[in-house]
Design a protein around this ligand. Structure first.
Ligand SMILES: Cc1ncc(COP(=O)(O)O)c(C=O)c1O
Length: 393
């Protein structure tokens, strides 16, 4: 299957739904509440309170020192103090989590080299190929969960032909499966990364959906505890998406945060990552930076609002997974987040069959992705059974 254009399929579904409300549009990764509203009231309020002068003038390339501190505080939260004893931090504002990912591949990658990604994944290849690099896949799952064996095998191969290896891990609420690595799996991954001390490893930690982790805001950040065991040859680049955490997808804000081990790592980031941003977009849009900085000063209140979204999403996920099990519709392991991935032998033909019944999902290499974030709880009820009947009558 070639590259899929999710935005294009989503546009078609949106158009169809305008004239036929019975259409199920589970295509795109945007959270709508059960009243089909996308915008979070606190975010709208912060938007209307923006200072026009501050917003319309050029911002700083890195988003400014206030943003840098705020984004580090938001992402690391209570883990910041302990991490500070080991790592040097740096941060930069980006146009979405996409911008953060793009900076990693262009700043840390080399033309012609490969990036290690899982076989089931979001569309990283767009950013990777824009950096004139390629991808090497490891299998995400074995029968028990994360496939540590294949991860190590593929990393061993890449480390034998490249000095620097960029590894992408998307967790928790993995896109497209909703998988969540266990603590033990993270510990094992870190042990594997630590073995490659003749290489430079860039662990690209894409936590785009972590603020929707059903375990909660604090638990979503426990992974940072495991990073305390990382050896000096493994730097972490955290890709944050304000699109998801603040439901402001079109505003285009995200952040890239370095957890580096020494002055050299810090200087590299401050020079090359900023240069790359200057060569791409100069500064991330100030609208998002302004909203984010305001909400950072009332974090606790905002987290309360976010918890409501997470709990709605958890309920939708629970319903879908329970009904899928009853209907014998096979899914990949889901623990939380925006998407569930249904197994399919022939995703493209199943996609067509579902479209003809008014159900829009995203066909992927090994399954059909259902964006339970974008449909109401009412629409989720009965959906698994309907899909089963259409694709496996
Ligand atoms: C896994 C993953 N990472 C990063 C992003 C980046 O999102 P954005 O650029 O909209 O912040 C997305 C968006 O769908 C995603 O699914």
């Amino acid at each position: 299957m070639g590259k899929i254009d999710i935005l294009k399929i989503a546009k078609i579904a949106q158009e169809k739904k305008k004239t036929d409300p019975s259409i199920i549009d589970a295509t795109i990764g945007m959270f709508y509440n059960d009243e089909q509203r996308l915008v979070i009231p606190a975010v709208a309020k912060a938007f209307y309170k923006l200072d026009l002068f501050e917003t319309f003038k050029y911002g700083a390339t890195d988003g400014g020192v206030v943003f840098e501190n705020n984004v580090i505080d938001w992402v690391l939260d209570t883990k910041k103090d302990v991490l500070k004893s080991k790592f040097k931090f740096a941060g930069i504002s980006t146009p979405g989590g996409s911008g953060a990912l793009s900076l990693v591949f262009n700043s840390y990658g080399s033309v012609g080299e490969k990036v290690l990604v899982s076989d089931l994944r979001w569309r990283y290849e767009y950013f990777v190929s824009a950096a004139k690099m390629g991808v090497l896949e490891h299998r995400l799952f074995d029968q028990d969960g994360f496939n540590l064996k294949d991860f190590e095998k593929q990393l061993t191969y890449l480390a034998s032909i490249q000095k620097r290896v960029i590894v992408v891990i998307n967790d928790p609420c993995h896109n497209p499966t909703g998988y969540q690595l266990s603590g033990d799996e993270w510990i094992s991954i870190i042990k594997i990364l630590n073995k490659f001390d003749q290489n430079e490893i860039i662990l690209t930690y894409d936590l785009a959906y972590f603020d929707y982790d059903p375990r909660g805001f604090n638990e979503a950040r426990t992974t940072f505890d495991y990073f305390m065991d990382l050896k000096d040859h493994v730097q972490v680049l955290v890709c944050f998406s304000a699109s998801k955490s603040f439901a402001m997808y079109g505003v285009r804000l995200g952040g890239l945060i370095l957890l580096g081990h020494n002055e050299q790592h810090y200087k590299f980031f401050k020079k090359h990552v900023l240069d790359d941003a200057l060569g791409k977009w100069s500064t991330a849009p100030s609208v998002g930076v302004g909203i984010f900085n305001q909400l950072s000063s009332q974090k606790d209140l905002y987290i309360e609002e976010l918890n409501k979204l997470t709990s709605t999403l958890k309920n939708r996920g629970d319903i879908f997974i329970k009904e899928a099990a009853n209907a014998k519709l096979e899914t990949y392991p889901y623990r939380g987040g925006f998407f569930v991935l249904v197994k399919s032998e022939d995703p493209e033909s199943d996609f067509e069959k579902l479209v003809s019944e008014g159900i829009y999902l995203i066909p992927m290499e090994k399954g059909l992705r259902i964006a339970i974030c974008g449909i109401t709880t009412k629409e989720v009820i009965g959906l698994a059974g309907k899909i089963k009947k259409i694709i496996q009558p």
